[in-house]
Write a protein that binds this ligand. Sequence first.
Ligand code: OOG
Ligand code: MG
Length: 267
Amino acid sequence: MSMNVTLSREDVVRLCERVEGAQKRACAIPKLTDEYPGMTMGDGYAVQFELRRRFLEQGHRQVGWKAGLTSKAKMQQMGVSVPSIGFLTDRMARPENSAISTADLVHPRVECEVAFVMKKTLAGPGCTRADVLAATDYVLPAVEIIDSRFSGFKFDLESVVADNGSSARFVGGGRARYAEELDLRTLGVVMEKNGEIVTMGASAAVLGHPAEAIAMLVNILAELGEELPAGSFVMSGGITEAIAVKPGDSIIARFQELGSVSMRFVD
Ligand code: OOG
Ligand code: MG
């Protein structure tokens, strides 16, 4: 993966302001590569890290990271072929069973994910699935509410990375379990919207094993000069495709062995 930054500092700041404005005002913007066709993945991460710097300066607290585009269903749905990472903050967390506002989102969609809570700091390069499992405190089920800020869902990897991997909200819940007590490859998950099953899958959809996505995330972090700290909450990526939600919808994600996570959406 190329992590070279080709944009000037001024351009990184300009693009960051554009993404931050779209996130805060919940308005769609054209994908960034329309104006900067030469943007690299390194440029995308430079914009993402500038966004994180600003959020932390504004008092947001980083609670962890997310891997994205780690399943075939997600890659096909979004037309990309390489996973990405994004940061998670306290402002994005929502309690289980809560009413989540859509007024401050552009086009929210929900996806089922296995989340990991780390008890040891991990550093790449060369981080493996076994390293991740040895450093994991416990796993829990989560629903990510993603919100790509790009008009008509038209994006490419560079733009989505700059937009922090479409991160918007997340809900962790269900039953926390020790990873060694489960076969993390074969966990089934069913998502219901308004009482009807809308999508289903098994955790192996995520790179063969969700811990593989965490290892990949640690290795991308290493390329960006960072470690995954102990205590981090990390989402391994959507198992199924993402499902659009609107006010009035209620969602239940039922995970085998891990219980269920629910929420409803309001104006
Ligand atoms: C990109 C975010 C992908 C996942 O779990 O695959 C993601 C998007 O689909 O907008 O969070
Ligand atoms: Mg996701």
